[in-house]
Design a protein around this ligand. Structure first.
Ligand code: SAM
Length: 292
């Protein structure tokens, strides 16, 4: 087997060979611990028939572990300076395609159609650039790509918010947006010492397993998310106050909002953070006719 990329010595040698300097603005914190990488890959439950999509391969530390455990790896990298490095470090692996694109701009579905012909089981596995964690995760979920799920490293604080349960301080519209599409769990806390350069924040790995159907079936998804966002606009306010102040013409529609709360069995004095996804689903369906 080839020498691992993700050891401190080999990583330093690669960076020196190419005179590479990290760009903080691109969230470049590379992993230099092979055991952590292997663990991340193990959470994805890949087989030799699986496909893997990576976002931000860097110098290929995670990419090579994915190449060894799956049939095909497609990696999106925004930084042109990394392309010749990846060509070199990943040369032993014939099952990797590096796509030079900002993943937020890319037509991921089209790339999947082109690259994963005949592969049904596809996971996203990544050590995400922290400045765009949430937009990347939301893009992958909202576009309803045919993936089994996502295993990714991100800021611990965002991991906590994504996997938070109702009634906790971290529970909010991000928890709901992600848990609507997936079952979310934090599977590992990661120390700063396994990165170069070390990030300023703590990190964690989350596993998002796509649900066959969304967690709640609602009349209008867009309105459901509008209601959840409105409900958390000011965390210390009651659900009634947030809805009247945030929904369009909410103040004039206070009676209708009260009726919808009552029909959903939700006390108007409760706070958004205590409502489950099911309750938000019921509530948005009751509110829907009054706002359309
Ligand atoms: N996977 C490598 C590792 O674990 O060592 C590098 C991870 S580093 C945290 C994030 C990577 O994402 C960098 O290589 C960076 O250049 C790349 N990146 C940043 N923004 C991106 C974007 N919008 N689209 C694709 N790649 C991006």
């Amino acid at each position: 087997m080839n020498k691992d990329i993700a050891t401190p010595v080999r990583t330093r040698a690669i960076l020196e060979k190419y005179g590479f300097s990290f760009k903080k603005s691109l969230g470049q914190n590379f992993l230099i611990d092979t055991n952590i990488l292997k663990k991340i890959v193990s959470f994805a439950d890949l087989t030799e028939d699986s496909g893997a999509i990576e976002i931000g391969p860097g110098i290929g530390a995670l990419t090579e572990q994915l190449a060894r455990t799956s049939k095909k790896v497609v990696a999106f990298e925004i930084d042109q300076r990394l392309l010749p490095i990846l060509k070199d470090t990943l040369s032993p692996y014939e099952n990797v395609s590096v796509i030079h694109k900002d993943v937020l701009e890319a037509d991921v579905q089209m790339v999947m159609d082109e690259q994963f012909a005949g592969i049904d089981d596809i996971m996203v596995v990544a050590n995400l650039p922290y400045y765009v964690t949430t937009p990347i995760i939301m893009k992958l979920l909202e576009e309803r790509l045919p993936i089994r799920g996502i295993v990714c490293m991100l800021q611990k604080e965002v991991a906590d918010r994504i996997s938070a349960k109702p009634g906790t301080k971290d529970y909010g519209s991000l928890s709901i947006a992600v848990q609507y599409y997936t079952e979310a769990e934090t599977v590992m806390i990661v120390p700063k010492t396994v990165f170069v350069p070390q990030p300023n924040v703590d990190s964690a790995v989350i596993r998002l397993t796509k649900r066959v159907q969304p967690a709640v079936i609602v009349k209008d998804e867009g309105f459901f998310f509008q209601v959840t966002k409105a409900s958390f606009a000011q965390r210390r306010k009651t659900i009634l106050n947030n809805l009247t102040s945030q929904l369009p013409d909410g103040k004039q529609k206070k009676e209708e909002i009260l009726a919808a709360l009552s029909a959903s069995g939700i006390e108007p004095t409760r706070r958004g953070e205590t409502l489950s996804l099911e309750e938000f689903g019921l509530l948005s369906d009751e509110l829907y006719p009054h706002f359309h």
